[in-house]
Design a protein around this ligand. Sequence first.
Ligand code: MSP
Length: 513
Amino acid sequence: MKKYYVTTPLYYVNSEPHLGTTYSTIMVDGINRYRKLLGFNTRFLTGTDEHGQKIQQTAKERGIEPQQHCDELSRKFQTFWSTVDVEFDIFYRTTSPKHKDTVSKALDFLHQKGDIYSKEYSGWYCVSEECFYPETDIKDGKTPTGRPVEWISEKNYFFKMSSYQQKLIDHINNNPGFIAPKSRKNEVLGFLKQPLEDLSISRPKSRIHWGIPLPFDSEHVAYVWVDALINYAAACGLFQEDRKNEFNSWWNESFVQHFIGKDILTTHAVYWTTLLMAMDVKLPDQIFAHGWILNKESEKMSKSLGDVIAPEDIINVIGLDSLRYYFFSEVNFGKDAPFSVELAALKSNSDLANNLGNLLSRCFTLINKYYDGLVPEMPDQTPQVILDHVEDLYENIEKAILKNQPSDAIKPVIDMLNTTGKYLEENAPWKQAKKGELKEAGECLRVALEVARLSTLALMPVMPNKTTEILNLLNIKPSLENGAEELKKWPGVQTGLKLEKIKPIFPRIDLES
Ligand code: MSP
């Protein structure tokens, strides 16, 4: 079976989940579910990034120990993901003993290999971004992103990143899908046109105590990015003698894909990959950088903006399905996208309430009214206009997911629903049935019901709960693992199945009230 290992970034525990981090986690969850539907054996990792100066400071401001702060916040992330139907296999924490041990082993390996050395270093340091900036980037005491910096002089350990520059350029050029979308690949290649500097991988304990001590100098802790990046491979057993088979299976033999936001491209595409090269470990198969969710002012939604809407509040107004559906259907995954409650509600009303929801309630109501609720027979021949959609559906979903464009997996569903809506209007089974043309009306309703079944199956990864509810009404025991088989079936509902009377499955969202 094809294997697929997918990751989100590890989120900093200096804030609770917000709409930006919720977006990136929900997208990866849905993509992982689509991969299951396409027959992959999958493993999905998310988690929290818990070391570094920012976390140390946040805990200090709260007057508690950093570990207590991390435990509290990490738990919040973990429980929040289940409230938004995110189903991960691994929730990874960088303060776990196993992680600390693996980071220590990795650094030891690099040190012994001669890829880590120490020197005195001075530079502009930005606490909130946890990194040094070159003099040329600093304007009026601020980073290009407007954050304050301070001048720091200290002994630092460096990773010989520069020695891997050419190898990395070659790898990117020889593996066209390695960094995606293409614009991000070009961005990284552009960055690599300048000589790559060595990477400072340590911070003195005198300044930051909240980190993993270097195995060869306990007066220093590992730079938080190096510490955190190692998680992806550590979670599969990197440098762990007793997990060699697992590492082979989930890292070496799987399609390994990191989804990240575009703001953390360099750390992943350059730092992480060169570290892996130095450790003689296979590189991930793909690093995909998605865009940002923007607020009404077209700014990145983040915890530092006062006007950010709490995801819980959004869900209270429009419901979780509408939120997940908006992300999947409207957002071009590689690009920035606006978000507002109004936009999500409009989308939900048009595609879910008026389209799929309406189709379902028409089928259920009319079948109850004229056929005692028993699913009528299929016609001898399904109209070709409908079959054209049905036949390509699975393949279209597959194409969309393999190119990381979930909205293209939804579009064929909506197109199929639109064609079916027209087909219903043209045939008007409600009129046919009234006139006593029960065979014709029944066949038409059955075709529509089959389209509703397929659409629901195709949306399982997006709205796992709601689609399960619908498929249960059709007596289909849904699972992503047998989803492909179900999606390729035509027809798939049992003739004569008794349908219950239902209330609207996707109620219209009335924003005024
Ligand atoms: N801890 C690091 C990642 C380490 S991975 C080994 C980090 N954490 S973060 O919490 O600041 O951000 C995590 C991710 O959330 C980033 O990929 C970032 O792009 C994403 N997002 C934060 N706000 C976002 C939006 N408004 N929209 C989309 N994604 C956003 O960086």
